[in-house]
Design a protein around this ligand. Structure first.
Ligand code: FAD
Length: 435
């Protein structure tokens, strides 16, 4: 009987890394025919590489920085993040709240007056029961409704009044009045995005950060877990294989995990079904020029643009494209709970190309060298108002069954790669130390 990890994403490898340091080489089962989960990179024969959504490493944790660096033999790019926004034909530096310069004067005036009014009236944090209240409280109604609520609806697929605030941390910059004024009067403003610098492997896409972990695990690809019998500690896979485990660490999404467990009570199944997550269609485009944008990624607010965010993988590493070419990855969000998928990935390509032309990123005369599209079932956890209670029920049940969970979709959080890796390490540490 072995120690088993389910899922070969970065959380699974975090668990494997920790176990290896304790002298245990675990078996890792992965449902797909390739490893990496969301940190996988797709290398196409035409020379383009695209990740599973834009992936950069902006961790401030030096230990993780060093582990990732060692994994790529110190061959990584270090870049200063440049980010912008597109709104009704205007390109605005990010974040908008401190870069209002150049927007329609009436709008800027209204935003500033409400911002000042809010600050001097005094914030009453007791009135805040959801993300919409928080936005109104921080920025005033006009800014909130014009920018973050519009973007949030596209990104989270639900409205701000249906979302909690426990995911915010430092994700949304909250300026003081002088910063807002400065950004309204001048286009030269300091960079205040929570991602300032980032690293990216020079070769092979983001997945190269997993290189050093592969030898530390007995990896079995194409093993899709379908059943768990906690009483007899047995796992069943769709290829017919059966395996007994001593300890089980899962990094697969909770709504899938729960329905696989034999004898799971109805209230736990019900709670798991309330956990909401976005799905994403990623559309990848390659063109014959690399001066597409100065930014590494761009946010799109307008509802009539199909994508929510664009990124430019050739800016992360020149090796992501054939010589002289440029690349764009578009993200289009859906969710089973709030906005079910209504198209096939390939059906989005034409509209993406059309919208790229409308905003001027693709110009007449450009040659399209690459198009591809993929569907990602689990993307970003939605922090809706049902999440906290439902998650408590699910996690308590898994604890009772001695099934350890980790990663973005095991913890059901807003984890970045470093946090998912550490979550895997924590799960492994738990059973090694018996805590
Ligand atoms: C669009 C997007 C952009 C992102 N950008 C960044 C970024 O720039 N920087 C950053 O640090 N983080 C980023 N993240 C977050 C990052 O992707 C996650 O934190 C991390 O990759 C999650 O790793 P994980 O191992 O927890 O989950 P996953 O990577 O999803 O791994 C779970 C694994 O389990 C496997 N699995 C599922 N079901 C089964 C089954 N039944 N049997 C066997 N195997 C199964 C899956 O195939 C997968 O390989 C981004 C996320 C998204 C969605």
């Amino acid at each position: 009987m072995s120690t088993v990890i389910i899922g070969s994403g970065i959380a699974g490898f975090g668990a494997a890394y920790s176990l290896y340091q304790h002298g245990i080489k675990p078996i890792m089962f992965e449902g797909k025919t390739y490893y990496g989960g969301h940190t996988a990179s797709y290398k196409y024969d035409d020379g383009f590489t695209f990740d599973d959504g834009p992936h950069i490493s902006f961790t401030k944790d030096e230990r993780i920085q060093n582990i990732f660096a060692e994994s790529v033999n110190n061959k990584y790019e270090v870049l200063q993040a440049k980010v912008n926004n597109y709104w009704k034909g205007y390109w605005i530096k990010h974040p908008t709240q401190v870069n209002l310069y150049g927007l329609p004067k009436d709008l800027v005036k209204k935003i500033i007056l409400e911002f000042i009014d809010n600050k001097y009236r005094g914030n009453n944090s007791e009135d805040i029961s959801n993300y919409r209240d928080w936005l109104y409280n921080q920025f005033g109604k006009t800014f909130a409704e014009t920018f973050p609520m519009e973007y949030g609806h596209k990104y989270h697929t639900t409205t701000a009044d249906n979302m909690s605030t426990d995911w915010l941390e430092k994700r949304i910059y909250t300026p003081d009045i002088s910063e807002v004024l400065e950004g309204a009067l001048s286009s030269k403003t300091p960079d205040v995005h929570y991602v300032d610098h980032f690293r990216y492997p020079t070769h092979g896409g983001f997945v190269s950060y997993l290189n050093m972990f592969l030898e530390k695990v007995n990896l079995k690809l194409d093993h899709n877990l379908t059943n768990i019998k906690p009483k007899t500690k047995e796992l069943r896979f769709s290829n017919g294989e059966r395996v007994n485990y001593k300890h089980l660490i899962s990094s697969i999404p909770l709504p899938d995990l729960i329905t696989m467990i034999e004898g799971v009570p109805d209230d736990v199944v019900d709670a798991a079904s309330k956990l909401a997550c976005t799905s994403c269609i990623m559309v990848n485009i390659g063109i014959d020029r690399n001066d597409i944008s100065d930014s590494h990624w761009s946010y799109f607010y307008d509802r009539d643009f199909i994508f929510t965010r664009l990124s430019y993988p050739h800016m992360f590493s020149p090796n992501n494209v054939p010589g002289g070419a440029g690349s764009i990855q578009a993200e289009i969000y859906f969710s089973k709970k709030y906005k079910p998928v209504d198209k096939k990935p390939e059906e989005c390509i034409d509209q993406v190309l059309n919208d790229l032309k409308r905003c001027g990123l693709i110009r007449p005369g450009d040659t399209i060298l690459h198009t591809s599209a993929r569907f990602v079932k689990y993307a970003n956890v939605i922090f809706d108002l049902e999440r906290t209670d439902a998650l408590k029920i699910v996690h308590e049940y898994l604890d009772e069954q001695n099934i350890l969970y980790c990663g973005r979709y095991g913890d059901w959080g807003y984890h970045w790669t470093d946090e998912s890796f550490k979550s895997g390490e924590t799960a492994a540490h738990k059973f090694v130390t018996g805590e």
